[in-house]
Structure formats: structure tokens, C-alpha cells
Design a protein around this ligand. Sequence first.
Ligand code: AMP
Length: 133
Amino acid sequence: MATIFSRIVEGEIPSYKVAESKDFYAFLDINPLARGHTLVIPKKEVDYIFDIENELYKELFTFAKTVGKAIERVIPCKRIGIIVFGLDVPHAHIHLIPINKSSDMSFDSPKLSLDKEEFEEIAAKIQKAFQDA
Ligand code: AMP
């Protein structure tokens, strides 16, 4: 059965898309630690990120870098933190999280509750910055 993230790529489940290429897709995390918290995934379904073959793995991180740079341009923060857990959804994904201090990356912290309009506004800003890159 397809993962929830594959279903997002296929458009069967809605997402707040921020960027897309032939092989990769980026969208806002629905339970964000910060405004602009984004997930970057390969369209190809692979559970564990270290099982991705080397070329695609390098391209995934290069794509994530471009997305991270786009986030940086529109979300005030010191850095974009990168985390990979993959403990909940069995489809490799990189978390890109705008941070000002290391504790901003703690998944034990309460998540932000944003409404649809806020998600849409953030996604549109990042999408534009990505397209202008
Ligand atoms: P993990 O696999 O531990 O990296 O956690 C999965 C992440 O995916 C969590 O941060 C969830 O909030 C996020 N997530 C799960 N379902 C969705 C969805 N439908 N849209 C956006 N983010 C999601």
C-alpha cells in the first residue's frame, strides 16, 4: 500500500506544497515546530533514508538545500536546522526547520497550531522564493 507521503505526491491527500521537481517534493509539516517547517521527500518510496541509492541521496540533499535557502529568505531565523527521524512515516523525509536556538528543534516542544490560511500564506511565500532562486 502506498505511504501517506506517496498519496500526497499523487494529490490524493492535500498538502501545502512548497517545491517540486521530477524526483522530489517538499511540503509544510502539518504539525510544525516553527513557521516554515518543511518536509522534503523523494517521490520514489523508500522507507529508510540510508537505503536510498547514492546518486538520488545526493540529489535529495541538494534539492533540500535549495528549499532550505528559499525558506531562509522568507522566514526570519538564524538557520535552517535539518533532522531525519522517519520513525512515524515509512517514507524517507528530511525535516527543514527554521531555528534561532538548538531547542527550537526539540520535538518534545508543543507544535504550532496554524490555520489553513496561515499554512497557505507560508507555502506561497516559500514557493515563490524557490521559483525565483
Ligand atoms: P517522523 O516520521 O518521525 O519524521 O514524523 C513524521 C512527520 O510527518 C511529523 O512531523 C508529522 O507532523 C508529519 N506529517 C504526517 N502526516 C502529514 C501530512 N499529511 N502532511 C504534512 N505532514 C505530515
